[in-house]
Design a protein. Structure first.
Length: 86
């Protein structure tokens, strides 16, 4: 992870010192890729926890009320956007 941060920082520093270029962009992109690869297991775990929490809350709402939860404000925004102007 530190290698990715160092490469990303080096790419940014090269871009500031010499202006944007192919080498600078390549170093910065490789640094970001290494950092993302190192963080991927944690990001995946967070994603799965968020999806699981949403499913759990939805099932709990369904068991309590007998209806699946709806995001009424989102539905109202979509309907307003799709309706023709007066």
């Amino acid at each position: 992870m530190l290698d990715g941060i160092v490469l990303w920082g080096l790419g940014v520093a090269l871009g500031r010192q010499f202006g944007p270029g192919r080498v600078q962009r390549a170093i910065e992109t490789i640094g970001r890729a290494i950092l993302l690869t190192a963080l991927a297991p944690f990001l995946l775990l967070l994603l799965l926890m968020g999806i699981g929490r949403g499913l759990f809350d939805g099932l709990r709402e369904y068991r309590r009320t007998g209806r699946w939860p709806r995001n009424e404000s989102f539905i109202a925004r979509v309907k307003a956007r799709r309706s023709p102007p007066p």
